[in-house]
Design a protein around this ligand. Sequence first.
Ligand SMILES: [Zn+2]
Length: 236
Amino acid sequence: MIFDPLYWIVIGAGIALSLWASAVTKSRFAKYSQIGTRSHMTGAQVARAILDDNGIRDVRIEPVRGSLTDHYDPRTRTLRLSEPVYAGSSLAAFGVAAHEVGHAIQHARGYAMLKFRSAWVPVANLGSGLSMFVILAAFFMGGAATAMGETLAWAGIALFATTTVFTLVTLPVEFDASARALACLRGRYVTDTEYDGAKKVLSAAAMTYVAAFATSLLTLLYWAMRLGLLGGRSRD
Ligand SMILES: [Zn+2]
């Protein structure tokens, strides 16, 4: 596998896609960090205001170190905003703060995809931990060329697929959080021009999740093919 050029093409494509998405996110964030908003509110203030608008009063907002480290923690109902977002009043800060509030709203409203994603975390962790061992064992057994190898190959692919499913359900969760964020911002906290900027920041961030899903799916297909489950190399 190590010397298989196809492996490096697949992995290389995934890495290139992820690097590109993260570079676009960083450059859009940097660009819109320079553009102030007319309201002069900080990310933390706009987050609090949107939470209030939605009747959510049990979510804390606190600053967290780093850049683009923003997240909502459903266990403690805490919205953690990176320092430039927490204290910043740029369009980028507004977009990111509102996106994280979008997750808090999903949690408060019991959004099904978020529930499923949270419940799936331990499954995906277990799957990713075991999949490589089982896939390697399947290779040693000759992959789909032997009965035992074929069983192990399917088991390894099923285990790996738990992580692909995780990256897939992340997509609606992330797109929905951004859609909620933009709807909350529109007309109330941003002008029409500012709205377009916030949208650009969030659509770039969404690409990183699309890249993660594409990479996981490509890797899954690669293993399935190499193990002889795809591409007609099966046992007869
Ligand atoms: Zn998110």
